[in-house]
Structures are given as structure tokens and as C-alpha cells.
Design a protein around this ligand. Sequence first.
Ligand SMILES: *[C@@H]1O[C@H](CO)[C@@H](O)[C@H](O)[C@H]1NC(C)=O
Ligand SMILES: *[C@@H]1O[C@H](CO)[C@@H](O)[C@H](O)[C@H]1NC(C)=O
Ligand SMILES: *[C@@H]1O[C@H](CO)[C@@H](O)[C@H](O)[C@H]1NC(C)=O
Length: 181
Amino acid sequence: MRSAIFFLSVASLVSATLTITQPSAAHWWVGQSLNTLAWDGSDPSQFSVFLANPDTSVLTSMLALESIVMTYQTSLTINPGNIKAATGYTLLLTNPLNSSDVYATSESFEIKPVGSTYPPQTTTGNTSTTATFNTSGTATGAGTAPSGTGSSSSGATATSSEKCLAMMMVLAVGGGLMAML
Ligand SMILES: *[C@@H]1O[C@H](CO)[C@@H](O)[C@H](O)[C@H]1NC(C)=O
Ligand SMILES: *[C@@H]1O[C@H](CO)[C@@H](O)[C@H](O)[C@H]1NC(C)=O
Ligand SMILES: *[C@@H]1O[C@H](CO)[C@@H](O)[C@H](O)[C@H]1NC(C)=O
């Protein structure tokens, strides 16, 4: 029971926010190419995507990349178009009806010139999800262990009553023999 409550509270914490996992300092983008946007979380159910850079000589104002993205997708490929190669970019996930309402901001990341190599891909997101489900499953299994012990002790009781019955039969047979003599 305790583990079930713990699991629920963790799940609601995770779903209450969106976190951008890519791009990041380690996962740059490449100009005029398909790049990965990946996020964790499921609430709010949809958002818009903007590209920003504090340096106005790089990007004069926030650039809309996607107008509506469904959050359950968890990742998306985006071509940022003909954008200046530079560091210091961030991605913003915002309310689709109000871009001032920012749900999540990425780490500062670099957009490299067209033709640059992509960053190495990792699968950290999936590993953590599997671990969470398996942990709660193990906890439930441990809860049934005491009933197993209970049935083995009742087995011992049965054995001793069988012995008792056998003893009575020996006495009865003995009595019969005595009577015959
Ligand atoms: C847009 O979002 C901002 C930040 O949450 C808020 O202050 C503002 O009132 C919102 N504007 C509208 C029109 O809802
Ligand atoms: C996550 O897991 C699903 C199903 O196990 C798999 O199809 C998918 O490729 C995985 N994604 C990543 C990023 O590893
Ligand atoms: C643990 O993970 C395995 C492999 O992903 C899966 O088949 C199994 O159903 C999981 N166990 C529980 C209790 O969720």
C-alpha cells in the first residue's frame, strides 16, 4: 500500500511539468537539417515551440518553429530552417494560446552549420521508465510472501494429525488381536 502511494505521488510530480531533454548543451542542432526535440512529462497536453537567443545579432526575436505539438508524442523532428550557426540558443515550450506562458525552457545549446555531424544519441528516457514499473511490481510480489509461510506451517499440522490417526489404528488393531486371544 505504501509503495502504491509513493508511486502515485512520483507519477503526479512527473506529469505536472514538462522538461526538455534535447536539445541541450550535449545535444546540439544542425542548421537546415532535421533535429530532435525530446521532452519528459505529459501535462499540459499540448504546446507551441519557439527558438530564442539572447543575442539579437543572432536572432532578432523569438522564432515560432511549431504552432501545436501534442505532448504524448514525447519527441519530434524539427528543421529550424536557414538559421545562423551560433551558440546560446534556447527552445521554449509555451501555451499555444499565449506564448508568454512558458511551460519549459531548454538548456542553452548550439546550432552548428549545415553539414556538421549530429550529436551521439542516447536512450536514457526509456531506461528510467522501465525501472519505475519494475520496482513497483517487485514490491507487490514481496507482500504475498507471508501467506506462503502460513500454508507450509498448516502442512506440518496435517502431518502430525496423520501420525495421530496412524497411532489410533495401531491401538485398534492391537486391541482386536488382544480380543482374539
Ligand atoms: C499570458 O501569459 C502570461 C504569463 O503566464 C500572463 O501574465 C498573461 O496574463 C497571459 N495573457 C493572456 C492574454 O492570457
Ligand atoms: C523506447 O521503447 C520503445 C519500446 O520499447 C522503442 O520502440 C523505442 O525505440 C524506444 N525509444 C528510445 C528513444 O529508446
Ligand atoms: C519488468 O520489465 C520487464 C521487461 O521490460 C517486463 O516484461 C515486466 O512486465 C516488468 N515487470 C513488471 C512487474 O512491470
